[in-house]
Design a protein around this ligand. Structure first.
Ligand SMILES: NC(=O)c1ccc[n+]([C@@H]2O[C@H](COP(=O)([O-])OP(=O)(O)OC[C@H]3O[C@@H](n4cnc5c(N)ncnc54)[C@H](O)[C@@H]3O)[C@@H](O)[C@H]2O)c1
Ligand SMILES: [Zn+2]
Length: 369
């Protein structure tokens, strides 16, 4: 591989809503300073949770030192806070400050912060500009790119939301230094998903760099995160609002994964852990339908094992099959009564397959491999 570039800028080609994702080993403050040099001063609202406070606070101070008025909005971490109550609290706290339509919202955190802050930016005063500084691996490779923003209802996840593209994404690898290992591994499942569904060469690169990736070596993080962002950006540019079906490919492993998350009431497994399991089940289903070879599934299993993502396969046995199927029915309802599975064709390519029978789905759920 060529010497590591110091940073990569990945364009998200969306016409007048285009923006760049900067993926950099430089500190977050350095990325902010580049921006501050080009902008007139104004007001900035910083949205973060109490874990990402360590990254947001110095950023806020840098803006202040540059003459900006700054407004913090902090909330407790956790998916259960990504709701209308937190959004309402945020709107109220902005009402008490001078936040006009020129203000910028800065989201500093994982996917929960990004989704909430982005939705706040989409609706407050009918829309403000926003910048996202993702601090979890999942947010860096997935949720920060593509402009899908929103909150959960008690009836289900992400049911209220919008498409609202950010003006920039600042991905500083340094912020991963405080991310708990379980969260980091969970984010790796989404990275593996890109390899499986879109880029076999990337999958192989992950196999060859697994140790450096687990050490969070910047020389591995930079290409790993940049390639994931490039792949996501390409799909988003093709299918910004999920109308052509291209974006569906990113759901590889997610039909089963969402079923498991819902069956366990989002309590037992992190999203990536459920997706890792879901990718294996999708491969087994494809094998059953004669579309995929078991030696390829074994390759996926070996990589997930190296990333510490096989626990869920060992723990979730046949007794879960019925409750997972029941939860998967809601996906079916949304697709006019038919399951639409994203199934592998080969490592690096997937196909959307409709009309899979419940007995085939159940058969792979009761398997323990
Ligand atoms: N909008 C999209 O396109 C999209 C795509 C995928 C996922 N999502 C959403 O993203 C969310 C999941 O994202 P997530 O896994 O980042 O969850 P998260 O934001 O809850 O972060 C996971 C945990 O890590 C903590 N954390 C984050 N960065 C940290 C850091 N650098 N140091 C220490 N702690 C840190 C958080 O406080 C939290 O406790 C879900 O709500 C999901 O719906 C959205
Ligand atoms: Zn996902």
């Amino acid at each position: 591989m060529s010497p590591m570039p110091s940073e990569l800028v990945i364009p998200v080609a969306l016409g007048d809503r285009a923006y760049d994702v900067v993926v950099s080993p430089r500190p977050l403050l350095a990325l902010a300073e580049d921006f501050l040099q080009t902008q007139p001063t104004g007001s900035a609202v910083f949205v973060f949770d109490s874990n990402t406070h360590v990254w947001a606070e110095p950023l806020l101070q840098t803006f202040q030192a540059a003459g900006w008025s700054t407004i913090p909005f902090v909330f407790p971490p956790g998916e259960e806070r990504k709701n209308l109550t937190t959004l309402h609290d945020a709107c109220r706290s902005l009402m008490h400050q001078v936040v006009d339509r020129q203000a910028i919202i800065l989201a500093v955190g994982g996917g929960v912060v990004g989704d909430l802050a982005g939705f706040l930016a989409a609706i407050y005063l009918r829309g403000l500009r926003w910048i996202v500084a993702p601090t979890s691996l999942l947010a860096m490779v997935d949720s920060s790119v593509g402009g899908k923003v929103g909150v959960n209802l008690t009836q289900g996840k992400n049911l209220v939301g919008a498409f609202h593209q950010p003006m920039a994404v600042w991905t500083s690898l340094t912020t991963l230094s405080t991310l708990p290992q379980r969260e980091y591994r969970s984010g790796l499942a989404e990275v593996v998903k890109y390899g499986m569904s879109l880029d076999g060469g990337f999958f192989e690169w992950l196999e060859n760099h697994a140790d450096a990736i687990l050490r969070r070596d910047p020389e591995a993080l930079l290409p790993m995160i940049s390639r994931s962002v490039q792949l996501k950006a390409q799909i988003v540019a093709e299918d910004e609002r999920e109308t052509t079906g291209a974006r569906l490919k990113l759901n590889f492993g997610h039909t089963f994964g969402h079923g498991l998350e819902a069956a366990t009431r989002y309590l037992d497994w992190l999203h990536g852990e459920a997706v890792a399991w879901g990718m294996i089940k999708a491969c087994r289903l494809a094998e059953r339908l004669g579309r995929f070879s078991s030696t390829e599934t074994d390759r996926l299993i070996r990589l997930l094992d190296r990333f510490g993502l096989l626990t869920v396969l060992q723990v979730v046995g046949p007794s879960w099959a019925d409750s997972v199927i029941k939860c998967m029915q809601s996906d079916k309802k949304r697709a006019a009564g038919q399951w639409r599975f994203v199934l592998p064709v080969r490592i690096g390519d997937v196909a959307i397959v409709s009309g899979v029978s419940e007995s085939d789905v159940k058969a792979v759920l009761v398997e323990t491999k």
